[in-house]
Ligand binder design. Structure first.
Ligand SMILES: [Zn+2]
Length: 433
């Protein structure tokens, strides 16, 4: 592997180790602990010192890590990078087994907005978390991560001879009747799905109380292109932004910083962020309040800190696609491997304004990184990110930035190998600004 491939390969490995949002937080913790970050429980009182490294987790799939600045937050504020840990896909129903003819199928709910057709004919398996009974008593259970490594489920396509119009009309699935995944032929191997979960966790079947399990693609990430300049994997949206933010935070630990640097990764972005641990919830505000009050013990000081802060909402951007060239605004066509994309929307679907845009442009110029600007076509509805709700909840000036990618919400997305290093450098510059 050449040197240019090292950072993108680290990203592909991070994603391959993170087949669900719960695993993504586990992978994040492993990287943070290797760099000396200390865990804080929201249930315990916090004691913080200047220039130290901490992280806290809310319900296993949202995490905030921070390095306290050498100056008080009221003086230098917070530099926050936000991203999300979840990706759209298929989630296993509570009573999932559906016998249909000679086959046992696994019923699924659609989580968020995946391109359903891309789930067909992939080597799928199951990963997520399971609540397991540990003793008698109402709270005597624990949450265990589960990842089944080999492919155990599949969504086979219908032959073109039975679906003659598929290339004219596109591949469509009815989410109730046509999405269940093929699990087995009963009679060939007599084990049920709950029994399989119990066996893999090495617990009694009756100890399996509840689960949140996702279908994931077992195919590892890969490079492609004649010069291997592109990467493909599941969940690039938005684990690529999480990984870039993590490296930006942990690569500059030897340099003292005035401001308190924060990375905040939220679950539930793909379903609207409205939850106790989502970006529309209280998590970020609670943590910032706690840092301010622990370090300075003054409401006045916290308001000063907020006014001195910036947030970068990091989420992937739509690269211009040469096969669908009229889907973009002609003067705003983000190109893969041409640097981070600043996302702008006058209706505040993105938070970027003239002030924060200028800040990011200045950082890129300082760091000698290319950058691009994006607005949607005026006749197309614009997507959104965690940016607007985080900005509204905290009152912190914010902007939306992301690397360009193709096939957003496909189970096999693609992006640029070179862009990942650009984003890490831009984010490092932002955390130090
Ligand atoms: Zn996203």
């Amino acid at each position: 592997m050449n040197q240019a491939q090292q950072l993108p390969q680290q990203l592909l490995d991070f994603i391959d180790n993170s087949p669900s949002p719960w695993h993504a937080v586990e992978s994040t913790v492993a990287l943070l602990e290797a760099k000396g970050f200390n865990p804080l429980s929201e249930k315990e009182p916090w004691q913080l010192n200047a220039g130290e490294r901490y992280y806290t987790i809310r319900d296993q799939s949202s995490i905030i890590a921070f390095v306290t600045g050498s100056k008080a937050p009221s003086e230098s504020g917070y530099r926050i990078i936000g991203a999300h840990t979840d990706s759209p896909g298929l989630r296993i129903k509570p009573n999932p087994e559906q016998k249909r003819g000679a086959y046992l199928r696994l019923g699924v709910e659609v989580y968020g907005g995946p391109i359903l057709a891309t789930f067909a004919d992939r080597d799928l398996s199951i990963a997520g978390r399971v609540s397991v009974k540990t003793d008698s008593g109402a709270q005597a259970f624990e949450s265990r991560l589960l990842r089944i490594d080999e492919s155990i489920v599949r969504l086979p396509n219908l032959a073109i001879h039975l679906n003659r119009e598929v290339n004219q009309n596109g591949l469509m699935f009815n989410a109730q009747d046509e999405l269940p995944l093929i699990l087995s032929q009963p009679g060939l191997e007599g084990i049920n799905f709950k029994g399989l979960v119990a066996e893999r966790l090495q617990v009694d079947e009756n100890a399996v109380l509840a689960w949140e399990l996702a279908a994931y693609d077992t195919q590892p990430g890969a490079f492609f292109g004649i010069d291997q300049a592109f990467i493909a994997n599941s969940q690039l949206d938005n684990l690529a932004s999480c990984h870039a933010a993590l490296l930006a935070l942990t690569n500059t630990l030897d340099q003292a910083n005035d401001a308190t640097q924060v990375i905040a990764f939220f679950d539930h972005e793909e379903v609207g962020s409205c939850s106790a641990k989502g970006a529309d919830g209280s998590f970020l505000n609670d943590v910032l309040n706690r840092i301010s009050s622990t370090l300075e013990a003054s409401t006045q000081a916290h308001h000063q800190a907020i006014a001195n802060s910036y947030m970068l909402s990091a989420d992937m951007a739509h690269a211009w696609h040469p096969n669908f060239s009229n889907k973009h605004e002609p003067e705003h066509q983000p190109i893969i491997n041409n640097g981070p994309v600043i996302k702008i929307n006058t209706n505040q679907r993105y938070t970027t304004d003239a002030h924060t845009e200028a800040l990011f442009v200045s950082i890129c110029e300082e760091e000698k990184i290319p950058y691009q600007k994006f607005v949607n076509r005026s006749d197309l509805a614009c997507g959104s990110t965690i940016g607007p709700m985080s900005a509204a909840r905290t009152g912190i000036r914010s902007l939306d930035v992301g690397n360009p990618m193709w096939a957003m919400h496909s189970i096999r997305e693609s992006a640029g190998a070179i862009d990942h290093g650009y984003m890490i450098r831009a984010m490092s510059g932002f955390l130090r600004c």
